[in-house]
Design a protein around this ligand. Sequence first.
Ligand SMILES: *Cc1c(COP(=O)(O)O)cnc(C)c1O
Length: 430
Amino acid sequence: MLSTKDFSGIEPFEKKVWLSSPTMHGDELRYMKEAYETNWMSTVGANINEAEKQIAQKVGCRYAVALSAGTAALHLATKLAGERLYGMARPSEGTLRGHKVFCSDMTFDATVNPVAYEDGEAVFIDTERDTWNMDPAALEKAFALYPDVRLLVTAHLYGTPGKIDEIRAVAKAHDALIIEDAAESLGALYKGRQTGTFGDYNAISFNGNKIITGSSGGMFLTDSREDADKVRKWSTQSREAAPWYQHEEIGYNYRMSNVIAGVIRGQIPYLDEHIAQKKAIYERYREGLSDLPVTMNPYDADNSEPNFWLSCLLIDPSAMCRQVRGEKQPLFISEPGKTCPSEILEAIGSINAEGRPIWKPMHLQPIYRMNGFVTAKGNGRGQSNAYIDEGEAQDTGADIFARGLCLPSDNKMTEEQQDRIIEVIHRCFA
Ligand SMILES: *Cc1c(COP(=O)(O)O)cnc(C)c1O
């Protein structure tokens, strides 16, 4: 279980190098202080208005509604879609009421949980190898298996835009709506247009480790005045226009705080700088690891510009040592000339840097073990979901999870620190 590789002479970092931590610049504090001094310590105020205006302008949509989290934005997006497709629900019911929804499989669970909040049933769509996002071929197969489905939720993993045109074409052919989860990809472009503008409903996040942050927070993005108003109303407990608290619909306490919005307001001018730093980190890894049997997380250079939020690597099958993952613990056998994500993550951790496994696909999660899963070949359930260490994984998501990992991608990491991480990775392949 312990690595048998030689890491001698590589000093651990005194201060931890994080996967992706907040990077503050000073204005954040000024806007927070302004909220304090003017006593707008609430979910109303100038910071919220400004942050909404500036994000809408930056992304290129008409309306941005500031919420407590990206997950809240995804939830209300899902509710809007459910209501449009299946009508208003009773207070005790979700708007999706047992209807199936196609979802990205290899993503953070916040992408797909809102489907369950609204009583829908996620069917997971396998991942393609070109951008590590929803596979349009698998999506097409899914519509053949489940022709009644009218909604899909798709994410842009690690800041890399997916095959948006292809996904939109398949959705259009089957008259389905799209929820775009751009939580990780703020500032990324697809054919010159910002992610977060391609869905019928769109969400971004300002969680602490995202490309810019409010410490928390998210926004719902749309061109529809009506949808923006609805989300604003639902997020503030669904108050009707009456002198007392009048309620005709279920409400939520999802609005963003004006203090948090101050942090975001201070961060927005630095989005492009953060992207440039993340891109330099990605390029340095690519260069520094180019002599090893690995590839970086791929993107479509002709059609997209990622925001390079996280740098990831994928180990060639021939260079994988044996590794199995149980529900909570990994096991691997250290072998000369070969390695695996578990060994590299352990090695990176031993010098006080933070890496992370690839998002474990949703179809492999115990909570979603009964849900459907579709690969480009058809129904993915019924096959073994285990990655067979000497053979091929049964699906692309399980394969990338088995062979991939996220590297320390903090934009405050120095070149010297990154070089030390690159050296540790080399030792893993020795
Ligand atoms: C971070 C993230 C979210 C959720 O955002 P929060 O602001 O943390 O609620 C949703 N989807 C993906 C893909 C994310 O990475």
